[in-house]
Write a protein that binds this ligand. Structure first.
Ligand code: ATP
Length: 298
């Protein structure tokens, strides 16, 4: 149907937005590959929701261009295969969950069978609430319904703005599994979440926004750097210390770059009479890295 399949799911170039004298977004460019999960992180007011809204054509940018699934986002067809869960969602309280889904697929102009709607509700844990009025739903159940709305038409790109803010820990774990299964099916996901652990677990790449600009972006490996090895050692002779160079030391705790052969290193230390009390692989967490990046960002 003329859609360019090998184009990225999202291509956004130099997006800018001012609200009166406040610059909300200041030259943000990014792509989301097909089947890729991109995490959007940043402090309150960094511009994340504004970027998402401009990307989806819900807010007009002052500058910049966006292609969604190979089409300019100004073309209404570009959004047909995009599912969106807004940050602030409110569904018609007088409708049942199934009616909300029916309404949304009708508005999107797509055909979805009753069976597919039931399956989508089951996917978000609302199988037995399909006929219940949304007005009586808890916040978390409304958020689950929002996810169902985003997923019901089998999109190629899913944009989730804080999808788990109202969910209990089990619900969050469900959403994580859901995101991983979308990824397996080649669906691209843009995930805006303050839950860094969640982003760290499911995202292939992360973009960190601060004051409307990209403070950092890259794969987790690029952002977090090399893994390291922490050792708790006593009786370290100068000869043994040479095996650990270069290292960072705090008392008996040594941190070195993760060697290719950890058992060989430990055997070497033991042979030299070193007391090896603990050996654990470590990596700076995304949370620590995020805080560092935000502190360093002008
Ligand atoms: N409709 C609007 N009118 C005026 N200012 C706005 C509007 N929408 C956003 N802003 C401003 O733009 C900036 C970015 O807001 P945005 O909602 O994009 O941030 P965010 O990163 O999504 O924040 P949060 O993590 O709190 O959701 C803020 O300073 C906000 O006050």
């Amino acid at each position: 149907m003329g859609q360019v399949i090998d184009s990225p799911a999202v291509w956004a170039s130099n997006l800018r937005k001012r609200y009166k004298r406040r610059t909300a977004v200041d030259g943000v460019s990014f792509t989301v590959g097909r089947g890729e999960v991109l995490g959007l992180l940043g402090p309150n007011g960094a511009g994340k929701t504004s970027v998402i809204k401009m990307m989806l054509g819900l807010v007009r940018p002052d500058a910049g261009e966006v292609m969604l699934l190979g089409r300019p986002n100004t073309d209404p067809r570009s959004r047909q295969r995009v599912g969106y869960l807004p940050e602030l969602f409110r569904y018609q309280p007088w409708l049942s969950a199934d009616e909300v889904l029916r309404l949304h697929v009708r508005l999107a102009g797509v055909k979805v069978s009753g069976e597919d709607r039931r399956e989508t509700l089951a996917l978000v844990g609302l199988a037995d609430r399909a006929g219940d009025r949304v007005g009586g739903f808890s916040k978390g159940m409304q958020q689950r319904l929002g996810l169902a709305v985003a997923l019901v038409a089998g999109p190629d790109l899913v944009v989730l703005d804080e999808p788990t803010s109202a969910l209990d820990p089990l619900g969050r774990a469900d959403v994580r599994d859901l995101l991983l299964s979308l990824k397996d099916r080649g669906v691209a996901v843009l995930l805006n979440s303050h839950l860094i652990g969640e982003v760290e677990r499911v995202c292939d790449r992360v973009m960190i926004l601060d004051h409307g600009r990209v403070a950092a972006s890259g794969t987790l490996a690029e952002l977090l750097g090399r893994r390291s090895l922490r050792l708790h050692l006593t009786h370290v002779t100068p000869e043994a210390a040479a095996l650990l160079e270069p290292c960072e030391r705090e008392g008996d705790r040594y941190t070195i770059a993760l060697p290719d052969d950890v058992p060989a290193l430990v055997a070497g230390l033991v042979k030299l009479g070193v007391g090896v009390h603990a050996v654990e692989p470590a990596r700076v967490s995304l949370e620590e890295r995020l805080l560092d990046i935000l502190r360093e960002h002008p």
